[in-house]
Design a protein around this ligand. Structure first.
Ligand code: GLY
Length: 565
């Protein structure tokens, strides 16, 4: 039995790493021998790689990439938002850093309800009131000080240079900024950065951000105090007061990073390490993998109607459980062990038939013990055996759309990730309850799923994605594409995806992503289609355990870069 299992894994590895690239529709992944950085921005990946080449470890490179993304990928790279970092250290230790935004101390449960008790989405999604207390700067500095080897001044300098000297806007980035032109024009501080005297920034424009350079320089000089105290904190509080926000200097000064044990599972003999709450991502990913492990997929199944059906059935249960049980652990007991247990997954598996269920007939599981989520991801591995998987966000593209005047960075609109009213969907259509209700100082629930997969205790795959509620399904399918279907990392990321999140009871797919046969089969089974959309922008790395070659792949849905050496 064991021989059978290990020969299956050997066959899988042969499939993933064999040189059949020429027969594939995807380009070859980027190859490296010593290190790899994959992020949504070419310039930021190059900054990370430079740090690796100078002998820095994966954490040094991740921190440098994170600060650079705040300059070169303003839609989601940030210092005004928050994120999660999952680290596998060469000594075998696994770490999860939670630097998610927090609700300000003046936040209250019903702050987004109008006088009639109706949810007012405009206030939770835009403007200063939608912003949570940012965590990114604290998180990056914490990671560097505890697990990095380089000085802050060295890893932040490339970001300062990019903000000071500017860089030519690529076509895709100029289009992305142009898509928010109207929003930016509403706020003078945002128009100052994202327009040129009220005109659109065009492709090739040298994009300089002097105020942001100043803020980054204050961080370089004073560490986290350069952001959470002094000039920057004062600028945030002043503008918050002026624009109907509630963030104060006290909120900023009190912000703290939480270091946690990652949530762990296994899938077909591989180890899974991912993000615990305040993200739902890791638990949801492991619950889904545990359910799907009971099926046997082979190459012929990929994207067949039966495969999609089984995937969706598992996802209905996973998202139903998310709605009830997931929230910030500091405020709500999350039954992690139960949700990620093989036994619970087996119970769900037994309920899944080859006939489509309806989401309305599926409720969150009953915990026996209880009877009584625009974002960006980057993946890094170094020459020493360390791996880092980081997802960070402002929530919506360009967050709350407001640049802190004089400080040059955008603030998040993460408060919309709370459940503002039970059952009321957020911008991603996700519903929630008590577990994710607004409370002062609480972290809003996320879907971000930065993940590291181990083979024999060593990093094998590093991945994650943006995409709000679709993050979990994107990461899941990227992993299944490798571990079940033997795709290489580029193929696994390129392959078309589907998405279902229990409610609304609709199946989404990418344009040209499923055949007419598959569509018709699913329709005949009773599936309701929500239409086509682009699903995620995964950034991934695979390491060949045999010879240590590192393969990196950026998502063709975006315009990032895998940089290896
Ligand atoms: N704001 C998206 C997420 O955290 O899931």
């Amino acid at each position: 039995m064991r021989i059978l299992k290990s020969s299956k894994v050997a066959l899988l590895l042969l499939l993933i790493f064999s040189a059949d690239f020429l027969q594939a529709a995807s380009p070859d992944p980027e190859r490296g021998k010593k290190g790899m950085v994959v992020s949504a921005s070419d310039l930021a990946s190059q900054v990370g790689m430079l740090i690796l080449k100078r002998g820095g470890n994966a954490v040094d490179a991740a921190v440098a990439t994170g600060f650079a993304l705040a300059v070169t990928y303003p839609a989601a790279g940030n210092i005004g938002g928050g994120g999660f970092m999952v680290i596998h250290l060469k000594n075998g230790k696994d770490v999860a850093l939670d630097y998610r935004e927090k609700a300000p101390l003046k936040a209250s449960r019903n702050m987004y309800l109008d006088s009639l008790g109706n949810f007012d989405a405009s206030r939770s999604r835009e403007g200063f009131l939608s912003a949570g207390v940012p965590g990114s700067v604290a998180g990056l500095i914490y990671a560097l000080e505890k697990y990095g080897t380089m000085k802050l001044e060295d890893v932040i300098q490339p970001a300062i240079d990019l903000a000071t000297d500017g860089f030519p806007l690529s076509f895709r980035l100029s289009e992305s900024i142009a898509s928010e032109f109207r929003e930016f024009q509403k706020y003078s501080s945002s128009a100052k950065v994202f327009t040129e005297g009220g005109e659109l920034l065009k492709e090739g424009f040298i994009f300089k951000q002097p105020d942001l350079a100043l803020t980054l320089s204050l961080i370089k000089e004073h560490g986290r105090d350069g952001f959470y105290k002094g000039t920057v904190a004062e600028l945030i509080e002043k503008q918050s007061e002026k624009m109907g926000g509630i963030i104060t200097k006290e909120d900023l000064e009190n912000y703290s990073v939480v270091e946690k044990e990652p949530v762990k599972g296994t899938y077909r003999g591989f180890g899974i390490i991912s993000m615990p709450p305040s993200s739902s991502g890791g638990i949801a990913l492991i619950e889904a993998l545990n359910i799907l492990e009971n099926f046997s997929f082979d190459k012929s199944d990929w994207n067949s109607s039966l495969y999609i059906h089984r995937l969706v059935e598992a996802l209905r249960y996973v998202y139903a459980d998310r709605s009830k049980y997931l929230g910030d652990e500091a405020f709500y007991h999350v039954p992690k062990e139960w949700l990620t247990s093989k036994e619970y997954a087996r119970i769900i598996f037994m309920k899944i038939s080859d006939k489509a269920a309806l989401s309305k007939d599926i409720l969150p599981g009953v915990n026996p013990a209880e009877e009584s989520l625009q974002t960006t991801h980057y993946s890094v591995v170094d020459q020493y055996g360390n791996a880092v998987s980081t997802t960070t966000t402002l929530n919506s593209s360009y967050g709350c759309k407001i640049v802190v005047d004089g400080a040059g960075f955008l603030l998040n609109n993460e408060m919309d990730d709370f459940s503002a009213k039970p059952g009321e969907p957020n911008q991603y259509g996700l519903t929630g309850n008590e577990a994710n209700a607004i409370q002062p100082g609480k972290r809003m629930l996320s879907c971000m799923t930065p993940t590291i997969i181990l083979k024999d205790g060593k990093p094998f795959m590093v991945t994650g994605s943006p995409g709000g509620s679709t993050i979990i399904t994107v990461v899941l399918q990227t992993i299944l594409n490798v571990l079940d279907f033997g795709m290489n990392i580029q193929q696994a990321i390129d392959a078309p995806r589907i998405h279902h999140q229990w409610l609304p009871d609709e199946l989404y797919f990418e344009k040209f992503g499923i055949s007419k046969d598959t569509y018709d089969n699913l329709k005949n089974m009773g599936y309701v289609f929500g239409g086509t959309r682009t699903l995620g922008r995964a950034e991934g790395i695979l390491i060949n355990p045999k010879d240590g070659t590192i393969y990196g792949a950026t998502d063709p849905r975006g315009y990032g870069k895998a940089a290896g050496f």
